[in-house]
Design a protein. Structure first.
Length: 384
């Protein structure tokens, strides 16, 4: 960081902030990217080994099309930087129970959007995936071109490439701006001033802490636990291509196959307790581990008694219904909120960065669903 004035300062080097800085930098803007701890640091929502990238969103075509756009950009970026291993094309398998409406809606949306998919009957699932316990499962939908992003390393790669392209990066804690109207600078916890024309706050679960008055009741950070189960020695049934990434919405649990020998990933998608990202315990609970074990015994009988070889605690930063928050601060005309990933945002990083850059520089029409005005203070999840 030096004394020059920037076109844009982006606060937060998670996936949304990293891609926003990358897009602005590639459009020739002078950009400073700031993070309190580091890109996809261990406390961030963008950290961890893997995230699902899927096209299916039920009837929600907006997010399907953003997923398509993002996957194309992820793959182009990884090819250009020779890091193709950061996208694992495992396929994504949707498992439907008695209520298969979500899978039926997803099928219709994927067809409209031109996404390749394969429908599987219960018998077809039994034949192809005998390692999955299918009790209560009625049908499946496979997205063969989807899969998993190697999250922590992918964000670090985007930041690294942005810096090589001229974006500046520094570690600093930014204070809440106190003025109204257009502001000229922000200050750090060590009283340094950073001047810019525009300021983007992409701080994930910290966004409400920086703007407690505006977002304290509109961002709901929740504690989420993830467990990795060791697979039997010499057993390839739980790694791709034998096992895809999968989601079973009735269980509200999803999983990623054994990638890079880390184990079978199991995560509960239900929102956990509200937490403070600075003070919450990062140790997984005994209750969470027991629930994961019960699920593994039900859905992967061959892994009964398998050890938990790794666990993580992170957080979602939920909006009231799961739609992103990407909008100007209502009282600071050159300050932008970019957040509300709501547990499904990581995959959309490239499209979010592209959209934010377009809004700041002009040319991108506003998406009403992302507006601050539409963010309510009572949770009613609608995006999965």
């Amino acid at each position: 960081m030096n004394d020059r004035r920037y076109d844009v300062v982006v606060i937060g080097a998670g996936v949304f902030g990293a891609w926003t800085a990358w897009h602005l930098g590639h459009r020739g803007r002078r950009v400073l990217l700031v993070d309190a701890y580091g890109p996809a640091n261990a406390r961030a929502s963008s950290t961890g080994e893997s995230r699902i990238i899927r096209m299916g969103y039920g009837p929600d075509e907006l997010y399907t099309r953003w997923s398509q756009r993002s996957l194309a950009q992820w793959k182009e970026f990884f090819a250009a930087t020779r890091q193709e291993q950061l996208f694992q094309e495992t396929g994504v398998l949707w498992l439907a129970g008695k209520d298969d409406s979500r899978v039926r809606q997803t099928t219709e949306t994927l067809r409209r959007c031109g996404v390749a998919f394969e429908e599987l009957s219960r018998a077809g699932l039994e034949e192809r995936y005998p390692q999955i316990g299918l009790d209560g499962v009625t049908r499946g939908l496979l997205e063969p071109g989807s899969g998993a992003l190697m999250a922590r390393r992918a964000v670090a790669a985007v930041v690294g490439d942005a810096v090589e392209g001229g974006v500046e990066y520094c570690v600093a804690k930014i204070r809440e701006p106190r003025e109204t109207g257009a502001i000229s600078s922000v200050s750090t916890s060590t009283d340094e001033r950073i001047e810019a024309a525009e300021f983007v706050f992409a701080c994930g679960a910290w966004l409400w802490k920086i703007f407690p008055g505006m977002l304290g009741t509109r961002i709901f950070p929740s504690r989420q636990e993830v467990f990795f189960f060791g697979v039997p020695a010499g057993d390839a049934r739980f790694a791709p291509p034998a096992l895809p990434t999968w989601l079973f919405q009735e269980d509200q649990i999803y999983g990623i196959p054994d990638l890079e020998s880390r184990g079978l990933k199991i995560a509960v998608d239900r929102h956990g307790e509200r937490v403070d990202p600075d003070t919450q315990s990062r140790l997984a609970s005994a209750e969470g581990a027991e629930e994961a074990r019960r699920f593994v015994e039900q859905r992967f009988p061959a892994l009964r008694g398998s050890p938990i070889v790794e666990s993580r605690v992170c957080q979602y930063e939920n909006t009231w219904n799961g739609d992103f928050l990407i909008d100007r601060h209502p009282e600071m005309e050159n300050v932008w909120f970019v957040g509300g990933g709501s547990g499904h945002g990581f995959k959309h990083g490239p499209a979010v960065g592209e959209y934010v850059a377009g809004r700041i520089l002009g040319g991108a029409s506003e998406e009403e669903r992302f507006s601050f005005a539409g963010k309510k203070t009572v949770q009613k999840r609608g995006v999965f």
